[in-house]
Design a binder for this molecule. Sequence first.
Ligand SMILES: [Zn+2]
Length: 511
Amino acid sequence: MKLDLKLTGCRALTMDPARPAAHTIGIWQGRIAGLDSDVADLPAAETVDLAGAVVLPGFIDAHTHLAWNGRHTIDITGLTTVAQILDRLGGSAGTGWIEASGYDRRIMDSPLTAADLDKISDGRPVYVADLSGHACVVNSAVLKQLPEITSDGWLTENEQLAARTLRLPYSLDEITAELRRSADQVLSEGVTMCAEAGIGAGLIASSPLEAAAYQRAQLPVRVQLMVSAYMLDDVQADPSDGIPRAIDLGLHTGFGDDMLSLGALKLWTDGGMMARTAALTEPYAGSDNAGQLAESEEFMRAAILDGHHAGWQLAIHAIGDRAIDFTLDAVAEAQRRRPQADARHRIEHCGLVRPDQLERIAALGLIPVVQPTFLWSYGDDYSEIMGAQRAPWMYRGRSFLDHGITVAGSSDRPVADGSPLRAIEFMVRRRSAAGQAVGPDEAITVEEAIRAYTLGSAYACRKEHVLGSLTPGKLADLVVLGEDPRTSDAIADIPVLATMVGGAFRFQRSS
Ligand SMILES: [Zn+2]
């Protein structure tokens, strides 16, 4: 046998307990053919000496938004006054929509309104996306098309969706370009697979042809598409199938190949902490607002039951503890009605988990898909709005692992920083960007954090048989780092030297 490629001089941390370390990795036909003595004497078409560099399995981002992340909009991140924002948006070329992103209402000296935006819009519709993804500000040209909504321009959740829908769809060419930009970015950060969190309909949709854009783009990174539950339609299947609703052709989780596949069915049960719309059992600190559920309980429960019955893995967005209560009840009911071993349903974000909810998450085999960099970026604010008792319950790590729960790492890019190394550093240190401790009791070890971003996220995407560790027979996805995260005091700053997908280097750092 002749290998396609032999990597020598590696300090590989394989994440495979059977063989945790390796110096040589043999690759054949896009897979790991063997390690060390398995391949030492085999000839190879090419040999690359990594000169002692650290090698990990490729990072898997279990919840991200590639099209949204790659979209060219006017960036107003960090701007704090209306005058600054109008200055940035004024004089924007073109005739169609003016779109901006990065708005943060929490840091504004006074909130941006439709009347402000009218001053620079020249009659064009303006859409300013809030950082949270759960709100926006629009101008009068947009509000005029939404006569049922009364607002000064600030729209959240379903009202935001109504405004967003006016802008859609984007063209396949636009989406393809967005995807390619994002793929290059994630590869440079060591990500080899992304799970796109909800295509086809809903707030983050781009087009009814979204899946076609992924096929067309032929991205150099693996992608799993989660399909929005709003895509479920009534179907006239044989009654013995017990499937009242499905997407066209009955496609569901698992369809596709190693590069592009269908993942979970994505459902939303509440909003987010940044927009103060995550549904809580007790109000946000110092207010009487307790957030809101995304839809009526009846509607969400039906989507969970029907999705479960149609064979979908479910990815249920639930951030506040009230939304998580609802999710636990609905999943328990689905399993009671039609038990499914290894259903592996996921809770996306799983942001605020009361101590009494941990047991139930474990018992139902649910997988929290967490975003550690939320707390790195926004942890100071979130701690304040949760108050002293609840702040330690946010985006847990240690408690999940101690309850035997598999944790999956993800970013929700572009809502927060997408770097896996930054996320791993946060999971270990539990410090916000400003240096404040955020739930320090939830800290986990470096190896546990790496596992969350490799095997844990592979498990959440039902890909652990082919991804997540450097194990002979698995796909050859790996990342080459300039330093060992286990001994580094600045994990987020470790340079990513190269990223390999399926045995081919798809990113290499210049110099
Ligand atoms: Zn998301």
